[in-house]
Design a protein around this ligand. Structure first.
Ligand code: SGN
Ligand code: CA
Length: 518
């Protein structure tokens, strides 16, 4: 017995030391949704480089966030904890407490070099990174500012997606300590509103007419919170800021913000931009003369569909640059011999509506925005390939990376390591349900506060605060979540079961429900 112990303790450090310490390149975009990624959905765009990641690894088909909004999603990813535990519940009032335990700090302790480049959006400055170079707030697409580790603001020339990639490749090539494994976070602003394209792709997708989603003219029957939102393409998308129909004299809520963004371009670039969108704008105001007053038109369907096409085209252009740049990172890893030893993760801070329910933006626990794309290119030694259908959430990334680093996963981390799934295992005790909680209301886009549970084909949601409404969906029979079954005869047992699961998760995650209606 004694002998065995001695043997085990002699072997243990060896086995940890012998474990391959993969590098991790974590690429996270802003608002990039699966409907605009061809490895998930071929109907809208082609993304060959993103598809390469999935082809050389895995694609998660049931990947979700804990809170569908930028700052909160990033805080969940960094801590492995739900919003109420990491303290960053919403963008408008949140300041991330950088003194708390985070995955990058734990990765450092495990001997990794840590770096982050691009969108940060957590207000306080990064902690736990050996190198960082971040955008102020949402950042700008054209000639963007970056905040340096010295807390200086520096303006860089060019298109943001290219610049972030240049910086990331530079860091891997010239700046990192080659004696250590690394985790590099490449955080793009693309494809965040208002979808300003790289000038070389300004004409791309202009001959495409995208199909309207079947739910574009949703009437929100039985769904009060869905009816009361302000993220409607028809009503809420700004004709100047979002669809870029600028015309001197036409003033909208966001027209000044728009000009400030576009006039970051200069000289010939500014001309290229203006030539393109001005000619569209001239046609637009001929077609919708009432819009010159910046107000309204009788042709509401025609206008809504015009806005939808502009939205889809501009978003698709932004994705094209993104896909190119992901390709550059993959090519660099290959050329530099890092390919076999590096896990590449591609995800977004949440999904997004591409006209489903008539919407843009995110926030709701409905599938399009609750889910987030997640594909991983696996390094040598992790040889599983294909789809992973288990339920996963962005609180799982932190424990996964720690697991990969051979580091212990602290007990207060609420996510679980995905490493067994990456090995092709299907653990019998894998989670059967997911918890969601969204807090940013009252706020832009007016999506009511809500929490809910997803279990198998069922979803139960409670909207609260100045509303007290429950929704129940069967995703198999009603994938677009149009038929709220809550309170309908025949669903009492299912509702009870889901409610029990919801309360169990709230207890497990220790979420004090701030609703007054629970
Ligand atoms: C900005 C956008 C919103 C968007 C939020 C949050 N408005 O406020 O449309 O929902 O960001 O997005 S804008 O007029 O400034 O473009 S998030 O991805 O950062 O959470
Ligand atoms: Ca986002």
């Amino acid at each position: 017995m004694k002998k065995n112990f001695a043997l085990v303790s002699a072997l243990l450090p060896l086995s940890i030391a012998a474990q391959q310490r993969y590098n991790i390149v974590y690429i996270m975009t802003d608002d990039h949704t699966a409907q605009m990624m061809s490895c998930y959905d071929r109907s809208n765009v082609t993304t060959p480089n993103l598809d390469r990641i999935a082809a050389d690894g895995v694609k998660f088909t049931r990947s979700y966030v804990a809170n569908s909004l930028s700052g909160p999603s990033r805080a969940c990813m960094l801590t492995g904890k739900h919003s109420h535990k990491n303290g960053f519940t919403n963008n408008e009032h949140g300041i991330f407490d950088g003194s708390q335990q985070t995955m990058p700090k734990l990765m450092q302790q495990a001997g990794y070099q840590t770096a982050i480049i691009g969108k940060w959006h957590l207000v306080s400055l990064p902690t736990g990174f050996d190198y960082w170079n971040i955008l102020p707030a949402q950042g700008d697409y054209y000639n963007p500012n970056f905040i340096t580790m010295q807390n200086d603001t520096v303006t860089e020339k060019g298109y943001l997606t290219n610049i972030i990639t240049d910086k990331a490749i530079n860091w891997m090539e010239d700046q990192r300590d080659r004696s250590k494994p690394f985790i590099l976070f490449i955080h793009h602003k693309a494809c965040h509103r208002n979808w300003l394209p790289e000038l070389k792709y300004i004409r791309e997708y202009e001959d495409r007419t995208f199909d309207l989603p079947s739910t574009f003219y949703d009437n929100y029957e039985g769904r009060t919170a869905a009816r009361q939102q302000e993220m409607h393409i028809d009503r809420d998308m700004d004709i100047v800021y979002d669809t870029k129909m600028f015309r001197p004299g036409v003033t909208t809520r966001l027209s000044n913000a728009y000009r400030n963004m576009v006039t970051r371009l200069s000289g010939r670039d500014q001309q290229v931009y203006d030539w393109f969108y001005d000619s569209l704008s001239v046609d637009f105001y001929k077609r919708f003369p009432d819009m010159v007053s910046g107000k309204t038109t009788n042709n509401t369907r025609e206008l809504a569909e015009f806005k939808f096409q502009r939205y889809m085209r501009d978003y698709a252009k932004v994705v094209k640059s993104l896909d190119d740049n992901v390709g550059r990172v993959l090519d660099y890893l290959k050329a530099s011999g890092l390919d076999d030893s590096t896990l590449v993760v591609y995800t977004s801070d949440q999904g997004f509506y591409m006209g489903e329910h008539g919407w843009f933006d995110k926030r709701f626990m409905y599938e399009e925005s609750f889910s987030t794309p997640l594909v991983m290119k696996l390094p040598k030694g992790l040889d599983y390939r294909g789809n992973i259908r288990e339920l996963v959430q962005n609180i799982d990334y932190a424990p996964t990376f720690l697991d990969i680093a051979g580091a212990p996963i602290p007990a207060d981390i609420q996510g679980v390591s995905l490493l067994p799934l990456l090995r092709g295992e299907h653990p019998k005790n894998w989670r059967k349900s997911l918890y969601y909680h969204y807090y940013e209301y009252p706020a832009e886009h007016s999506v009511k506060r809500h929490y809910g549970v997803l279990m198998g084909e069922w979803k139960l949601i409670h909207f609260y605060r100045d509303i007290d409404e429950w929704e129940l969906y069967n995703l198999k029979e009603d994938p677009h979540e149009l038929h709220n079954l809550y309170g309908k005869p025949g669903y009492e047992k299912t509702t009870k079961k889901l409610l029990k699961e919801l309360r169990k998760l709230q207890k497990q995650y220790d979420d004090p429900i701030d609703n007054g209606n629970s």
